[in-house]
Design a protein around this ligand. Sequence first.
Ligand code: BDR
Ligand code: CA
Length: 313
Amino acid sequence: MTPRKIIIDTDPGQDDAVAILLALASPEDLDVLGITCVAGNVPLTLTARNARIICELADKPGVPVYAGCDRPLGRALVTAEHVHGKTGLDGPELPEPKMPLQDQHAVDFIVETLRREDAGTVTLCPLGPLTNIATAFQRAPDIVERVQEIVLMGGAYFEVGNITPAAEFNIYVDPEAADIVLKSGASIVVMPLDVTHKALVTAPRNAAFRALGTPVGIAVAQMTEFFERFDKEKYGSAGAPLHDPCVTAYLLAPELFSGRRVNVEVETHSELTMGMTVADWWGVTDRPANALFIGDLDADGFFALLTDRLGRL
Ligand code: BDR
Ligand code: CA
C-alpha cells in the first residue's frame, strides 16, 4: 500500500515532538511531505527550531520544515511555557539543529502542495493553533475540497478546558482560525482533551520508552517526564497526556479510537467561554455534523504501537 501523504502543522511542544517522531518512524504508512510550524506553545522561532531538532533526533534531516504564522489571525499570541518550559522542548539536552529552515512560508507550502498533489490525497495534521490552516483556506479556498482529511488535536467537551475553565489551548489561542477550519466543509477528525487525557504516560510506560535504550527512546522519556508535572499537579493524573500523538496514532490505527460524528462549533465572542468547543454529543440540535469527535481510545494499544514504532528510529 502506498503511504498516506500528510502535512504536520505544529508548535512543538514535547507532545508535538512525540507525534512527529511517531510519523517519521512509520514511513511505510505515512509520507511526511513537510512540517509546517506555527506560533503556539512558544513563539514561532522556537517552534521552527524545535521541529528541526526533532527531525534530526529521528535522523531525518531531509524532511522540509517551514515557518508559518507568528501570531493568531486577530489577537495577541498566548503561549504555554508554564507547561512546556522556556524552549517548548525542555527536558532532554538536544543539540541545536543544523538542517535549514525552508525559505518558503508554511502557508504557501500548504497551498502549493494541495494544488500540486492529486485531489483527495493529502491529509492535514494540525497539532497547534489553526492559524496556518485557516490562512491557507482563506487565501486559496479552492484547496479545501482537495484535502483528503484533517485530523487535528484541539478542543474539549466533557473534559472542559485546560487553559481557561472552558477552552482547550490550541483552540483558545486562535478561535477565529478554528472557526474557519470547522466550518470549511472539509472532512475533519477532532482529538479533544476528552480522549487525550486518557493517553497518559504512566511510570511503566515511561520506563518502556527509556528501555528502548536509543537516543529517541531516552529523549521521549525525558520529555514526557518534564511536562508531566503540570498535569500531575493540576489534575492529579498518573502522568503526561500525549495529546498530539493521538493524531498520528489515529492515522496508523484508527481502530484504537472511538467517537461520534457530531456538530462542533467554536465560541468566538464571549470572553467567559472564548475558544470553547461546543460539541453536540447528544444530538440535541439540528446543526449538521461537521466532525468525527473522538471520545475514547485503547490506551494500552496506543502505547504498544507508539513504543514499537519509536523503537524503529
Ligand atoms: C495542546 O496544547 C499544547 O500545549 C499541546 O502541544 C497540545 O497540542 C493540548 O491542549
Ligand atoms: Ca501542540
